[in-house]
Design a protein around this ligand. Structure first.
Ligand code: THU
Length: 280
């Protein structure tokens, strides 16, 4: 991405600032190593000290989305010279993003380019910006790499809180799929179906293995795309179940292999069988 594009994004992000006290809107755009973009704007509060700068809003939303590798930050405000990130933001960026490039711009078109280490030559915590994440935190990040555009529509309610219990018994067990009340209209006439497809988000799955022994397949080796193992590159589940009953936004289904509390992303009907071919 061009520097100008990143800066334009930071300028646009200013419009989302909540800055009624200072009336000084700041926008930030953070580019990840994978080319994803996260924006932020300053968020103020009547208790002034609670204010969070645009840069940290962008940084933390990126980290929350599972990003751990960054290349460039752009910051924009209506001041001359262009705004330099404050010391607190530089310190936070140093720990999570390392020595990235920083582009600072204003509305008059002035641009200043620096490196993070140029702006913060002696950060707290030494020189090596190795993020202090442990394996558990990394696994959690993997879970939350759910794009923000996917909106869970409900969740699963059943007696299964761990994998071992569900594997043995899900086929005959009843589960409830509880759909958000504001989406209930979308279930209109679903009760006419005998079998439906539930798409879930495997929120407790961690990472994936392309090829390994699969417990659900007699302990034999299968590729991840040749089995239903929850540990897959995208933790999406698809289950075809029997629809036993619908009561308003609550579906009772049989045969759902999803744990209690699993977010549900979608419901679909099963493809109708092909029309039998008539003889010519
Ligand atoms: N601000 C930022 O958003 N980024 C900075 O690097 C410095 C300051 C915000 C915080 C506050 O809402 C306003 O600018 C005035 O200080």
């Amino acid at each position: 991405m061009r520097d100008e594009t990143l800066l334009a994004t930071a300028r646009a992000a200013r419009s989302r600032a909540y800055a009624p006290y200072s009336r000084f809107a700041v926008g930030a755009a953070l580019l990840t190593a994978d080319g994803d973009l996260f924006t932020g704007s300053n968020m103020e509060n009547a208790s002034f000290g609670l204010t969070v700068c645009a840069e940290r809003v962008a940084l933390w939303s990126a980290v929350h989305a599972g990003c751990r590798s960054f290349s460039l930050l752009a910051v924009a405000a209506d001041c001359s010279p262009p705004p330099t990130p404050c010391g607190a933001c530089l310190q936070a960026l140093w720990e999570l993003a390392g020595d990235i490039g920083v582009i600072m711009g204003n509305l008059a078109g002035e641009v200043v380019r620096r490196s993070l280490s140029g702006l913060l030559p002696e950060p707290f915590g030494g020189v090596a910006p190795e993020p202090a994440f442990d394996a558990a935190t990394d696994a959690a990040a993997e879970i939350w790499r759910l794009p923000a555009s996917l909106r869970p529509i409900g969740y699963v309610r059943n007696e299964f809180n761990d994998r071992a219990a569900i594997q043995a018994r899900y086929k005959r067990a009843l589960s409830q799929v509880v759909i958000d009340a504001d989406l209930e209209e979308g279930l209109h006439r679903l009760e006419e179906e005998k079998r439906i497809i539930i798409i879930g988000y495997l929120d407790r799955a961690k990472g994936y293995a392309l090829k390994e022994r699969r417990s659900g397949r007699g302990g034999e080796v299968y590729g991840v795309f040749a089995c239903r193992d929850p540990r897959r590159p995208n933790h999406i589940a698809q289950s075809e179940v029997e629809l036993v009953e619908r009561q308003g936004p609550v579906l009772t289904v049989r045969g759902l292999d999803l744990l209690n509390g699993t977010p549900v992303l979608d419901i679909k009907t099963v493809l109708p069988p092909e029309e039998p071919k008539t003889a010519p």
